[in-house]
Design a protein. Structure first.
Length: 242
């Protein structure tokens, strides 16, 4: 049964390689998606800041237009003062001029506020543009790297799967069924016996069973973890002479 242990050992190694390949094939696209999402977040943040800047510019232009219109009204009212003949009309026009000047003063305060906001958002946009550029440069290379690895894995995986089928054909259906069941439960299928102890679960192996492991007269499973048992020295010896 030494040859069966060797087959199981080879099959286990191939399954571990396949498991890693499958893990990478799952995770690499997720990593690509994460990088693309981070770029998109930075891009959306920049776009939002540019929209805010546009709103500020629209508000600023509106305020500037209102100030110009009010200044024109004040200028015309000042000119009209010399044409008024009654004191009552004169006082009313003076009040209108004063009210318009107060409105302009408030508008100028608002304009200053918009200019401060504009300066702030322009500074933020500059930083966000730099952040986006850095992310695009960094993540584009990483994304390209993962895409290249995925293509390599797609080439490696099918032959490795075929190799498993070929190696598995060296086992009987019953043994293969046990192998798949134990693998699903424990991950590893083989366990070395040292000093009559299963290294897979650290349980003592009954003496009679241990003797059968030593002679490899048949495939022995650990009564506790169900892994196939073997002595490392026996397997190495078979590998050298095989």
């Amino acid at each position: 049964m030494r040859d069966q242990i060797l087959v199981l050992d080879t099959l286990q190694r191939i399954d571990m390689e396949l498991s890693q390949l499958e893990k990478n094939l799952r995770e690499y696209p997720e990593k690509i998606s994460d990088y693309e999402s981070e770029i998109e977040v930075s891009r959306n943040k920049l776009e939002n800041s540019k929209n805010i800047k546009q709103e500020i510019l629209v508000n600023k232009s509106g305020i500037e237009l209102d100030i110009l219109q009010n200044e024109d009204l004040i200028k015309k009212a000042d000119q009209k003062l010399f044409e008024i003949k009654t004191h009552k009309e004169y006082e009313a026009l003076q009040k209108q001029i004063a009210d318009t000047k107060r409105k302009n003063s408030a508008l100028e305060d608002n304009l200053l506020e918009q200019m401060v906001k504009l300066e702030g958002i322009e500074s933020r946009i500059s930083k966000e543009e730099e952040e986006l550029a850095n992310r695009v440069n960094e993540y584009t290379d990483k994304i390209a790297g993962f895409k290249e690895k995925i293509e390599e894995l797609k080439i490696i995986y099918p032959p490795k799967k075929e190799e498993k089928v070929k190696i598995a054909s060296g086992l009987t259906p019953d043994i293969l069924s046990i192998y798949e069941r134990v693998k699903k439960r424990n991950g590893f299928v083989l366990a070395i016996v040292r000093n009559e102890v299963c290294t897979g679960c650290n349980m003592n192996i009954p003496p009679q069973l241990f003797n059968e492991v030593l002679t490899l007269s048949r495939l022995i499973q650990c009564p506790n973890c169900q892994k196939f048992l073997y002595c490392e020295e026996e397997l190495k010896s078979e590998a050298k002479t095989g």
